[in-house]
Ligand binder design. Structure first.
Ligand SMILES: C[S@@+](CC[C@H](N)C(=O)[O-])C[C@H]1O[C@@H](n2cnc3c(N)ncnc32)[C@H](O)[C@@H]1O
Length: 249
């Protein structure tokens, strides 16, 4: 059989969120390639080789996957969530475009997964029920000035927002600056959702007003949702519901 590469999303955590077509691709694979914690979500079996690699080596990982497929292997590159959202699908295509011309003839496909911001939105209600945008707050691959510009424009346009990679040990201060920018453009009552480890046993959903938000509420296992000016809170016994109406008055 000739080789292929499938770049697949494993969803945010629990196995029932993995799509049947991703499960089928994994069942047919000879090799799984990915960042260590994602590869560890795959059950070992005879005939399947697991290739774990560390963060920040995405292009090496992508080239390895493409070369294995060129050698006739059936390779699944795994990402958490959706592979097209701040993840491996773009890295594989960057490697393919810059790499060996023969790689362009390979069978390369992307299988979607449930991305963290949509899983978090569902856990909280429907905060992304009207127009929204997603911003990666890591400045590893783009300058901080661009992040801040996009954030200010999103606030001005009154989008609901999802923030990926909000705060890491290497970037402890960036999220404090994000909160400052939000405070310049939004009312103190603006709703924020700190959704940590969504769809895992450690899931924690905290709904707070902007005035109460602190940088320490976010880490790298958290996706932060910011409501638009229209986003509403329904208080009730148990967890509140956060939703954004479908229309703007
Ligand atoms: C490199 S990005 C990968 C995003 C992934 N491709 C997706 O579609 O969800 C990693 C960031 O995604 C978010 N994330 C991923 N899984 C999550 C989960 N289960 N709960 C909350 N946030 C998550 C966090 O913001 C984390 O820092």
């Amino acid at each position: 059989m000739s080789g292929w590469v499938i770049i697949a999303g494993l969803g945010p955590g629990r196995e029932s969120c993995i799509t049947p077509e991703v499960m089928a691709a994994i069942a047919q694979a000879t090799d799984i390639v990915g960042y260590i914690p994602y590869v560890r979500r795959i059950a070992p079996r005879a005939g399947l080789t697991l290739h774990e690699s560390d963060n920040r080596v995405e292009l090496d990982r992508a080239r390895h996957a493409l070369q294995m497929a060129a050698d006739g292997r059936r390779v699944v590159v795994v990402s958490s969530g959706d592979p097209g959202v701040f993840a491996m699908a773009s890295a594989v295509f960057e490697a393919l475009e810059a790499g060996d011309a023969t790689w362009r003839a390979l069978d390369v496909r992307v299988l979607p997964g449930i991305t963290a911001m949509l899983a978090a939105s569902a856990a909280a209600g429907a905060p992304l029920g009207h127009d929204f945008c997603a911003i990666n707050l890591s400045d590893n691959l783009k300058p901080w000035d661009l992040i801040e510009k996009r954030l200010r424009l999103a606030v001005e346009a009154d989008f609901a927002m999802g923030f990926y990679n909000p705060r890491s040990k290497a970037r402890p201060d960036g999220f404090a600056r994000v909160l400052d920018v939000l405070r310049e453009g939004c009312a103190p009552e603006r709703l924020l959702i700190f959704a940590r480890a969504v769809s895992t046993p450690e899931q924690k959903i905290d709904v707070v007003r902007l005035a109460e938000a602190t940088p320490e509420m976010a880490d790298m296992r958290t996706v932060v949702l910011v409501g638009s000016s229209q986003t509403r809170l329904i208080e009730r016994a148990g967890d509140p519901i956060v939703y954004t109406p479908r229309s703007v008055s």
